[in-house]
Design a protein around this ligand. Sequence first.
Ligand code: NAP
Length: 243
Amino acid sequence: MKKIALVTGGSRGIGRAICIKLAEMGYFVIINYISNTTEAENTLSLVREKGSDGEILKFDVGDFTEVTSVLGAWVESNKDTPIEILVNNAGIRKDTLMMWLEPGDWNSVLNSSLGGFYNVTKQVLNGMLVKRYGRIINIVSLSGLKGLPGQVNYSAAKAGVIGATKALAQEVGRRGITVNAIAPGFIRTDMTQDISEKDMKGMIPVNRFGEPHEVAELVGFLASDKAGYITAEVISINGGLYS
Ligand code: NAP
């Protein structure tokens, strides 16, 4: 039977690398994105190059109504093949100091990461519960563990997802569903384009930024049936920057 994985924010960066890894593992990958159709199509080509297949599903993870109608309709019409792996990866940064943090930048960052976790997981969980198997992997951040200045919104969003990860893991463990979070440090993607690796790398014991495929390898392990006894965890991948 076709095994299905859903990766939110799969059009670029870490999400794309995760789509490729899951394709390599034989999964049919649903690639979600919000606006960059060309890059979503490029991810689908890369998935196909791995000998697997996929489908593009455009929706804003932060919009409950949209997620319910688009993803909900997909789930409804694919009842025989429930999503086995969910990677809640979509997220944005809107950095500024708290004194200048406007409601729009507070809400959009909270909506995409924390709201996205709720909106998307809500659509997918039932199928996992019925099947008595599932892997939910939430991409959080070093910022959600340590807190970083200029990222009060982002740190709050990611810390919120960490709490949700631990709580949900306890609700669904008996049903064969694991729920874990991965907390990357600095990874080379569009999101970190404005951060100078040259200036920052001295603070990182491994002396470089990480690559998206390095995060994807960890996702691949947590997504496998070998990782069935790991749940409610937050695993850092940050080159030793923070532990
Ligand atoms: P990125 O290169 O900026 O890519 C972001 C992805 O998320 C894109 O595919 C984008 O779609 C999608 N997206 C954004 N908002 C969305 C929404 N509301 N609904 C659906 N899709 C949405 O980011 P990245 O660096 O790969 O980051 C991926 C995840 O890792 C994020 O949660 C981020 O917070 C986390 N993270 C990243 C780093 C890092 O150093 N890069 C470190 C720690 C944590 P479009 O292409 O359509 O815009």
